[in-house]
Design a binder for this molecule. Structure first.
Ligand SMILES: CC(C)(COP(=O)(O)OP(=O)(O)OC[C@H]1O[C@@H](n2cnc3c(N)ncnc32)[C@H](O)[C@@H]1OP(=O)(O)O)[C@@H](O)C(=O)NCCC(=O)NCCS
Length: 197
C-alpha cells in the first residue's frame, strides 16, 4: 500500500469551501462507496461502469477523498492511478461525489495521482474522459487518439467493450522534473481481437 508523504499529502489537499479535502489511499471498506459513486456517474453517461470485483482487484490503485462532516470524515470522491508501462500511467475511475462538485475535490484527487506517479518515477499521465475542460485545468493536453496513443493504452482499448464508436477524449500530462526512463524495453504489441481491424 502506498502512503503519501506529508509533502505529497499537502499537495493533494485543497481548500473546499470553508472546510478542506484530504486524499488518502483507499482501503477495503471504501469499496462500496467507490462502487456506488462510479455507478452513479456511469448512469449519467459520464464514465464506464466498473464491476465491484475490478475495484477490489485494483484497490491499491485507488485514492479516496474525504471532507470534514459533523461526525467526522465524509466520503467525497475517488480516483485511481493505473500503471501501464514504465513511462505512462492512467488516471482512471475519477469520480467526485455529486454533492461536493466544483469544490476542488477532483483536482485534489488528480494531484494525489500525480504525486504517486512522481514517487514511482512515471513521467507521463494519461486519461480518457468526457470532461476535457477539467483535465485541461489540471495541466493535461488533448491528444489525437487516432495517432498519438501509447501502445499500452491502445492494447487496453482493444479489450474495451466500448472500443467501436468510442467518443471519449484522450489527454496526457508530461510531469516536469520526472526523467523519461532510459532502460525501458518496448511494450508488447497490442493483441487485436478477432473482428477488429
Ligand atoms: C469531472 C470531475 C472529476 C470534476 O471534479 P470537481 O471536484 O467538480 O472539479 P474541481 O472542483 O476540482 O475543478 C477543478 C477545475 O476544473 C474546472 N472544471 C470542473 N469540471 C469541469 C468540466 N466538466 N469542464 C470544464 N471545467 C471543469 C473547475 O471549474 C475548476 O476550475 P478552476 O480551478 O479554474 O476553478 C467531476 O465532475 C466528476 O466526477 N464528473 C463525473 C465523472 C467524470 O467525468 N470523471 C472524469 C474521468 S472519467
Amino acid at each position: 500500500m502506498s502512503v503519501l508523504t506529508s509533502v505529497d499529502a499537502e499537495r493533494a489537499t485543497a481548500a473546499v469551501g470553508a472546510t478542506s479535502v484530504r486524499v488518502r489511499p483507499a482501503t477495503a471498506s471504501d469499496v462500496p462507496a467507490i462502487f456506488e459513486n462510479i455507478n452513479y456517474w456511469a448512469t449519467q453517461g459520464k464514465m464506464l461502469v466498473r464491476p465491484m470485483p475490478s475495484i477490489f482487484e485494483n484497490l491499491r490503485d485507488f485514492f479516496v477523498a474525504e471532507i470534514n462532516g459533523d461526525d467526522g470524515p465524509v466520503f467525497a470522491g475517488n480516483g485511481a492511478l493505473h500503471i501501464l508501462w514504465g513511462d505512462i500511467a492512467e488516471v482512471r475511475g475519477l469520480a467526485v461525489a455529486p454533492d461536493v462538485a466544483a469544490r476542488g475535490v477532483g483536482r485534489a484527487l488528480v494531484a494525489a495521482c500525480e504525486a504517486e506517479a512522481r514517487r514511482i518515477g512515471i513521467p507521463v499521465l494519461f486519461a480518457w474522459t468526457y470532461s476535457v475542460g477539467f483535465f485541461e485545468k489540471c495541466g493535461f493536453s488533448l491528444i489525437d487518439k487516432t495517432r498519438d496513443l501509447h501502445p499500452r493504452v491502445w492494447s487496453e482499448c482493444l479489450r474495451c467493450p466500448f472500443f467501436v464508436g468510442c467518443n471519449e477524449n484522450g489527454l496526457i500530462k508530461r510531469l516536469e522534473g520526472v526523467p523519461m526512463p532510459t532502460n525501458l524495453p518496448e511494450p508488447p504489441p497490442a493483441q487485436v481481437p478477432p473482428g477488429i481491424r
